[in-house]
Design a protein around this ligand. Structure first.
Ligand code: HEM
Length: 475
């Protein structure tokens, strides 16, 4: 049995100091070779954005990526990141770049808008996700986790598919009180999978900001239109039940009945389709990515996996999990934090400069791009000791908490911080705990290669072997 740095005490686990055990280095994509020509870079970019980037981005404070068309900088300096995301957000709107790719699917959703339109959308959405209301999502999340356990069995599984299925189930149950097995929910899930396979995050033409009239491949456009038709039916059906007064009190009802305290009314049906599209996309793609990498890291680190199993067994024993158990799962929470560090599901964010700026003595024209990269910042060699090592125990150390204050932002930060951050942390800890309580996860010969799709995914999926823990020791 693997040694565990925790011992059960009452219904909680006291974490012991980390032993000097070798920890694992889970997969990281190769950086581009030094001296690669522009054509080689374009070719690498076509395969995957991570591969087209130089190694120095993991150690530099800032790196300029100039093109003939515009300036762009990747910023790894905590004080400048804070300036952009927290202090002077009005000077750095979201860049149109990503919005243009996603607009066929997301319309004018809160993810792509700026300024007054964005602020109004947040006023209508935020109350539904307030910390005090998180508990209301626990029961549907638990039901979705139990449904996933019923679907899974001993043997090999491609866990990216399984976690996407689970996270989509969580979103449908919390948003529309529908399980993923309901035909309307299943159709949306399948249409999203087709969209994700078809649509790269950016075309190389977007990256060089070629004018809009230059034809680009937007292979996801038809899938996007299909998804929006399906979402329209769901929104219209819900509007009808709200009118009749018998709608369930879920996220959709909360957001559709919200009224702006500044007197602009609520969302129209069309606006609501935009918002539902982003909740579904942002809410299930991201959580699925984090959960699948989390299971992979635990499969490769039997000791950490044993500690999660051990902690959950100590906290819940043979009964069902409750909302009040979640804060007691401290090690599991640290595993999830560490996974969000190494595999931040949203690897990069892009902002535009509204006026000329000077960062680290470099002048940028108005309209330049500022790239904020949790992917690079979370693995930055100047900030994180053993940056590429999976080490959930590091989160007990003051040095980590200090580094995290400036250099850890998997949910972004400032006014545009992820609406669903609290929701996602609850879901992440709950689902990881339930899965590891039920199954032992082991790696297969296939080592996953991270790639930047809509979120950080594995090029050929994540393949793990599952063995039921019933009848085996968990402590
Ligand atoms: C592990 C899970 C998640 C991660 C890592 C994550 C991460 C992020 C990040 C980094 C952003 C900022 C993107 C940018 O500024 O370019 C964001 C925005 C957003 N996220 Fe999440 N997210 C997660 C789960 C969720 C969930 C569960 C929901 C809703 C149910 C959600 C809804 C949103 C929305 C609506 C925005 C746009 C906020 C705005 O621009 O004002 N996310 N998320």
């Amino acid at each position: 049995m693997a040694r565990c740095h925790g011992k059960p005490e009452g219904n909680t686990v006291i974490l012991l100091p980390r032993l000097l055990m070798p920890r694992i280095r889970p997969p990281k994509p190769p950086s581009r070779p030094a001296g690669a020509s522009i054509w080689q870079r374009m070719k690498l970019f076509r395969r995957d954005m991570f591969r087209s980037q130089p190694e120095k981005l993991y150690s530099a404070r800032m790196a300029q990526i100039s093109t003939p068309f515009y300036d762009s900088v990747l910023i790894n300096e905590p004080s400048i990141i804070s300036e952009i995301l927290e202090k002077r957000t009005g000077d750095f709107p979201k860049a149109g770049l990503i919005g243009d790719t996603l607009r066929p699917l997301l319309g004018n959703s809160v993810f792509v808008t700026n300024d007054d339109i964005w602020a109004r959308q947040r006023r209508l959405i935020d109350p539904a996700f307030a910390a005090g209301r998180l508990k209301e999502n626990f029961a549907p999340m638990l039901q979705a986790s139990n449904a996933a356990l019923d679907r899974l069995g001993d043997g090999p599984h491609e866990v990216e598919f399984e976690t996407a299925h689970l996270a989509a189930d969580v979103i449908f149950r919390t948003l529309f009180s529908l399980p993923i097995s309901a035909p309307a929910a299943r159709d949306v899930f399948e249409a999203f999978r087709a969209y994700q396979r078809a649509q790269p995050l950016l075309s190389p033409l977007d990256l060089v900001r070629a004018p809009a009239w230059v034809p680009r491949k937007r292979p996801g456009r038809d899938h996007a239109a299909h998804i929006r038709r399906l979402l329209k039916d769901l929104v219209e059906a819900r509007a009808e039940t709200i009118r009749k007064g018998d709608a369930p009190d879920d996220l959709a009802t909360k957001i559709m009945t919200a009224r702006d305290p500044q007197g602009t009314g609520g969302f129209s049906s069309d606006e609501m389709i935009d918002q539902v599209a982003i909740f579904f996309l942002a809410g299930h793609e991201t959580s699925a990515s984090a959960l699948s990498w989390g299971l992979y890291c635990l499969a490769c680190d039997p000791e950490a996996q044993q500690c999660v199993a051990h902690e959950v067994a100590a906290v819940i024993g043979n009964r069902e999990m409750t909302f009040d158990d979640i804060p007691k799962l401290r090690f599991t929470r640290n595993v999830f934090r560490e996974v969000l560090r190494l595999y931040p599901p949203v690897p990069m964010m892009v902002r535009e400069t509204r006026k000329p700026e000077t960062f680290r003595e470099r002048k940028l024209r108005a309209g330049s791009l500022a790239i904020l990269s949790p992917w690079h910042m979370h693995r930055h060699t100047r900030i994180w000791p053993d940056a590429d090592v999976f080490d959930p125990w590091r989160w007990n150390e003051e040095a980590t908490r200090h580094a995290a204050r400036g250099a850890y932002f998997p949910f972004s930060k400032g006014p545009r911080v992820c609406t669903g951050a609290g929701f996602a942390m609850l879901e992440g800890v709950l689902t990881l705990a339930k899965l590891v309580h039920a199954f032992h996860f082991a790696p297969t010969a296939q080592v996953p290669v991270p790639v930047a799709h809509l979120t950080v995914r594995a090029e050929a999926g994540i393949h793990l072997n599952l063995t039921s823990r019933s009848g085996t020791d968990t402590i």
